[in-house]
Design a protein. Structure first.
Length: 611
């Protein structure tokens, strides 16, 4: 049952709400999940840890024992209830162990991205008042050491590579287990659970203060919508996922908590280079992804097929998969036959490369695009796009297996309302919406009103069925000298979907026309050179003005222009010799463009587009 507000003459709506499906009863903190699982199903395999070339089981009972041991160590090290402990590490089992152990000790975990600079680390540690930090590598430890004198609250720095977990456990030798359970019992669902610092594109990151109840609302109601993913047939262990996105990001954190909440078996894949081998051995039933990863999977498969002389077969199979998905269950006999043939020849091999059991992917962070959405659904991998922010504890809306509309980010989760303001901004309200920024009342007042509506800064539309589409960022709207308002996201996503394009950024604020900066995907560039006879040693820098390269990028730009009006179309573009990455400072850790940084670093290239 849903409620909606719609003007009679409109095909779109201003507001759409989905009521809660049931009353939630959680009263304590997130650490309680660990112990209730251990009590109910002690032998259930909650995690699988990488071990040699395989995966070692971690049962619910074993995980609870480890959480208790680490929590005792934190207490023995002087960490008091409510104090903050930072985690600076890539996605790995210890991240999850530490997260729940900090909660069990009554403290508050603060994630830090591994790409964070020393200056950013200093800000997060000092602003949150962390008393301890667990880092992963020597290099991470050095970054903390460089700023430690400026963080007066910091008492402990432990490194995972040199036995941080064992050292913490050793410190708890004199702490009674009862102290852990006393601290855990004292935690209320309304208490602070974590402070996640938004990566931001300018200035110091803001600390998003999320409560235990925010997470319970997210994974409780989200789990109801995505029951088929998180619970499978309902038997513990029937559903599984391999988490390879950063747990430091709210998207990965939500799935981590959701897996423990739903007793979904989870593994950790810290190295993206080993993603396909890890998927093949872990064999997850669903994955968490971002469009960039899915684009890589598609482009890599297409590239390999063409290199093996099977390019025509792959392209025909891709077209068939897209058509089959677009038919929405009403494919004709001929299409069904072609689909069945290609399922044996192509689709089954693509599914096998991801372990053979993966039926769903949850995607967020950016738009995947209709073409790839239909391609993956056509081969048997349903990509469920959702939408949310750190401030909404990840998803506020999502597509579901039985409630799906391609090209949208779905309907609101149960207990969530979406409203479109007069200027097109998306407003959100629900149990997963945060209560404010850490020690920043002014920033909170800018985005949260007295009725609890959160102003996202994103632009969107609600269709007649309450499915949300994202149309751009309010602060990223470009206004040409002719007065035309342009939302860059639509055309950027379309251009970037071309396999040769890494990233595209539209420019043109205050200019006569719209232009774009384009980077090249390094993997596909290697393959492309072989198809057009370029020297294997040629770099992107060598070919930025090459007519064949420019012609191929022009195809991507033409594809993007087809999605917008003439006034919004890209008239000129410039190929850059370098990539946009988090390491170069041009992307946030969640792979969003840092527009002001790019405009500053590539100002000369932008000026050249208008000279």
């Amino acid at each position: 049952m849903t409620t909606a507000v719609r003007r009679p003459e409109e095909k779109t709506m201003r507001e759409f709400a989905v009521p809660p499906v049931a009353k939630r009863e959680e009263a304590g903190g997130l650490a309680d999940l660990v112990y209730s699982n251990a009590a109910k199903t002690p032998e259930h395999v909650q995690f699988k840890r990488k071990s040699g070339g395989g995966w070692a089981d971690v049962t619910a009972r074993a995980f609870a024992d480890e959480v208790t041991s680490v929590a005792r160590g934190l207490i023995g090290s002087g960490v008091a209830p409510g104090e903050r402990v930072a985690i600076l590490a890539a996605t790995r089992y210890e991240w999850t162990l530490l997260d729940f152990a900090i909660w069990a000790a009554g403290a508050v975990p603060v994630p830090i991205y591994v790409t964070s600079s020393a200056e950013q680390i200093q800000w997060i540690l000092s602003d949150s008042g962390c008393v301890a930090v667990v880092v992963e590598t020597e290099e991470h430890e050095k970054r903390v050491a460089d700023v430690r004198d400026n963080v007066p609250t910091l008492q402990h720095v432990w490194r995972i590579e040199t036995g941080a977990v064992e050292q913490i456990i050793e410190a708890g030798g004199g702490v009674d287990e009862a102290e852990v359970h006393a601290r855990r019992a004292a935690v209320s669902s309304s208490d602070l659970a974590t402070i996640i610092y938004t990566s931001g594109t300018t200035g110091n990151p803001k600390g998003v203060a999320l409560t235990h109840d925010n997470f319970f609302a997210e994974v409780g109601y989200g789990g109801e919508v995505l029951t088929r993913l998180f619970k499978g047939t309902g038997v513990p262990g029937d559903a599984s996922t391999l988490l390879f996105l950063p747990i430091a990001h709210v998207f990965g954190r939500m799935v981590q908590v959701g897996c423990v909440y739903s007793q979904t078996t989870m593994g950790h894949g810290p190295d993206a280079k080993n993603l396909l081998p890890d998927l093949a051995t872990f064999r997850p039933t669903f994955i968490l992804s971002v469009p960039y990863v899915l684009e890589k999977v598609y482009n890599g498969a297409r590239q390999k097929a063409h290199a093996d002389g099977k390019g025509k077969i792959f392209d025909a199979a891709a077209a068939t998969a897209i058509a089959y998905s677009e038919a929405e269950g009403k494919a004709g006999l001929g299409l069904k036959i072609r689909h069945a043939v290609f399922d044996r020849l192509v689709y089954s091999k693509l599914r096998a490369a991801m372990g053979g059991k993966t039926g769903y992917a949850i995607s967020g962070g950016a738009a995947l695009g209709l073409r790839l959405t239909h391609f993956f659904r056509g081969i048997g991998l349903v990509v469920l796009e959702g939408y949310g922010l750190t401030e909404t504890t990840a998803a506020a809306t999502t597509n579901a297996p039985d409630n799906f509309k391609a090209g949208t980010v779905g309907q609101p989760l149960p207990g969530t309302s979406v409203k479109i303001s007069e200027d097109g901004e998306i407003l959100l309200k629900g149990g997963q919406v945060f209560g404010g920024y850490w020690k920043n009342d002014a920033a909170t007042a800018e985005v949260l009103d007295a009725d609890g509506w959160f102003a996202t800064g994103d632009l969107g539309q609600l269709d007649a069925d309450g499915f949300l589409s994202i149309t751009g960022r309010k602060k990223e709207i470009l206004v040409t000298s002719g007065g035309k308002n342009v939302a860059p996201a639509v055309i950027e996503d379309r251009i970037a979907s071309h396999p040769l394009v890494g990233q595209a950024m539209v420019v043109g604020d205050g200019k006569k026309y719209i232009a774009a900066l384009v980077t090249i995907d390094p993997d596909y560039f290697t393959y492309w050179k072989t198809t057009v006879g370029k020297p294997a040693s040629a770099t992107v820098a060598d070919l930025v003005d090459d007519p064949q390269l420019l012609a191929e990028v022009q195809k991507a730009v033409d594809e993007g222009n087809a999605a917008v009006s003439k006034a919004e179309s890209v008239r000129k573009f410039r190929v850059l010799a370098t990539e946009f990455t988090p390491e170069t400072g041009h992307l946030t850790p969640s792979l969003k463009l840092k527009r002001r940084v790019i405009m500053k670093d590539f100002g000369a290239e932008v000026d050249a587009l208008y000279s």
